[in-house]
Write a protein that binds this ligand. Structure first.
Ligand code: MRU
Length: 370
């Protein structure tokens, strides 16, 4: 990903050494660009919980580095196993919905369990955390390549006219290690010279669309327009959206898709207007153990503060202001579930498949057997 024409990933080892992991603190974006050092398991847990980093694959990669720090800390503690067990729980409890977190923790635990020589465990964990990050970036690149033909086809049908794509939340490089999920095919199309334009849902309450997706697209030069969350249906009714592409925090083996709150309403509007609704995700965002997304996926509820206050910039700098009456109660469900029947297709790192069990099993049977 390019920020002010410099190449970044969203998480990396400082100076390629083993002591410090660096991230872009996403909370003050787009107004301030701050790189933050993570030096311990607790730093990583806090970065995930307080959303310095967010987005399913990036949460996973950060947790993996968190387990690496936990191993280093455990080697200096009284009981290695107890320390590791506590760290695993602390990281697992940061955010409940994005399944990539648990995918990464399981992989790190396996490396720890399989390492017979404690003097080698820290290096093995560092290698595994780096592998999780590298694989994640490559998976997102593949999602871009597999999704590109969907955009190319619409472009051809429109004889090179603008392809209008609506997206929700931030499913770009800031939500992953690089490239993004939903935005990866859009970057691939733009880089190929296809005329694309993105409708960016602002995505209340944390405004990941207005703050982060808009920032990314602007940095890359992709034409886009930020819209209030409730605008999509109107645009679809007036032929102004050719397709919807969103990411996913957890998708079941039957193709039910959990993603940022409000995704379901976009899927309903897309279906009512015969507009394709695509979900882009890597293998790490599938939960092959779950059948029924509505009943089984845990939906994170976050603090009132996110709804009651809004963050922005004025001539004095950045600050938060109170939006609601101070005494009004609020509800803050962070995710919702779009049933598989509303999903036109899944754009995965292996290719495109239908949002049903047969198609998902065909694509991912080796991973499902693990
Ligand atoms: O609460 P967030 O900002 O972590 O939510 C992010 C999303 O909902 C993304 O769409 C999702 O993680 C999939 S894209 C990587």
């Amino acid at each position: 990903m390019r920020i002010n024409n410099k190449y970044y990933r969203s998480i990396w080892l400082k100076d390629d050494a083993a002591d410090v992991v660096q991230i872009i603190d996403q909370r003050p974006l787009p107004h301030e660009f701050i790189i933050e050092d993570l030096k311990s398991m607790q730093d990583c847990a806090e970065a995930i919980r307080e959303m310095h980093v967010r987005g399913a694959p990036l949460i996973g990669a950060t947790a993996a580095f968190g387990m690496y720090f936990a191993v280093r800390e455990a080697l200096n503690s009284e009981s290695f196993q107890k320390h590791i067990g506590r760290a695993f729980i602390a990281l697992a409890e940061t955010r409940p919905t994005a399944v990539d977190l648990f995918y990464a923790l399981r992989r790190m635990q396996q490396v720890i369990d399989n390492c017979e020589d404690l003097s080698l465990v820290a290096e093995a964990c560092l290698n595994e955390a780096q592998a999780i990050a590298d694989e994640s970036a490559e998976q997102c690149r593949q999602i871009g390549l597999h999704g590109l033909p969907l955009i190319e086809t619409v472009s051809k049908i429109k004889r090179g006219g603008t392809v209008n794509i609506l997206t929700h939340c931030n499913a770009g490089w800031l939500a992953t290690v690089d490239y993004g999920t939903a935005l990866a095919p859009i970057y691939a199309a733009f880089d190929k010279g296809i005329d694309v334009h993105v409708w960016v849902d602002e995505t209340r309450p944390r405004n990941q669309g207005a703050r982060l997706t808009a920032y990314e697209l602007l940095q890359h030069g992709v034409p886009h327009t930020v819209i209030p969350d409730n605008t999509g249906g109107h645009l679809m009714q007036h032929g102004m959206v050719d397709m919807v592409i969103v990411g996913s925090d957890r998708t079941t083996r039957k193709g039910d898709v959990c993603n940022k709150i409000g995704t379901y309403l976009k899927a309903l509007a897309a279906r009512d207007n015969d507009i394709p609704f695509y979900v882009a995700l890597p293998v790490s965002s599938f939960d092959f153990e779950l059948q029924d997304g509505l009943k089984e996926i845990p939906i994170e509820q976050r603090s009132d503060h996110e709804v009651k206050y809004i963050y922005g910039k004025n001539e004095h700098g950045t600050s938060e202001v109170l939006l609601t009456p101070a005494g009004s109660p609020v509800a803050n469900y962070a995710f919702d579930v779009t049933p598989a029947r509303l999903v036109s297709a899944l754009i995965t790192d292996r290719g495109i498949c239908k949002a049903n069990e047969r198609s998902i099993v065909q694509m991912f049977s080796p991973e499902m057997a693990v």
